[in-house]
Write a protein that binds this ligand. Sequence first.
Ligand code: G3H
Ligand code: 13P
Ligand code: ZN
Ligand code: NA
Length: 306
Amino acid sequence: ALVNTKEMFKKAYEGGYSIGAFNISDLEQLQGVLEACKERNSAVIIQASKSAISYAGIDTLVKLVKAASDEIGVDCALHLDHGPNFEMAKKCIDAGFTSVMIDGSHLDYEENVAITKQVVEYAHPKNVTVEAELGVLAGTEDDVTSDVHKYTEPDQAVDFVNRTGVDSLAIAIGTSHGAFKFKGEAKLRFDILEEIQSKLPNYPIVLHGASAVDQDAVATCNKFGGDIAGAKGVPVEMLRKASEMAVCKINMDTDLRLAMTAAIRKFMAENPKEFDPRKYLGAGRDAIKDVVLGKIDTVLGSKDSL
Ligand code: G3H
Ligand code: 13P
Ligand code: ZN
Ligand code: NA
């Protein structure tokens, strides 16, 4: 069944772990994630961006996630990732999403407060939880690209949460979206996270752009015809440390994309006579499952959280 994020974040905060939020847009990604969570008895958030929703179809997506959740036997949240405006958030809530993000991080502060409040007021009576974002991650978020990273200001985070009543807050402490996160050494501002944690006790924080960019997956892509150079992610130890702190939700998309692509490229190269899509998509699904098992064990610590 589909659930909101309230209870899972409460337990994650108290238990010093975090919930994986995995982006999906198709059947194989969805099943790979849920099968891994079933095997580890782990809570999970399935999330879809605006472009993923338009790829899959909103009603198809909601029904697919509900059906897979019931058939595989894992309760999960269905969350809108990077909701661009009130209308999109409302559309997802009306369609059956149990959680939405309203991403006003690129707006003026007061506009971000206003749009977040508007979504919270629509969502809460319907038992839907809301995530907002403060600060700007360098890189590309859906169709918005930013060259500079704007760290979240802790005092502003406190004001924002108090004024909007939002259920969780995504912050900028140095992560970024995609496969090319750091030019030099990876660095996260744990001092900012600590300050926010002390000023907002028991409040669930979200980390976007948290793929580790497994170098074996990149190498496999490249070995079998890919061309991905200079990819770099967030070190696993840093993510584990964040999970033990106020971070309760960790967003990962790139790692799943890389694993699925690597597996399909390898399968295609090694099985030139095969043309049954279930064979190569199945290899992609198995790879997604393996990545998620690894995330639960090494990054999230969410085993037996269901
Ligand atoms: O933050 C963005 C997510 O990785 C989703 O990307 O807009 O290509 O679906 P997408
Ligand atoms: P990655 O690109 O690091 O996987 O981040 C995904 C994300 O933040 C989705 O909202
Ligand atoms: Zn994101
Ligand atoms: Na945590």
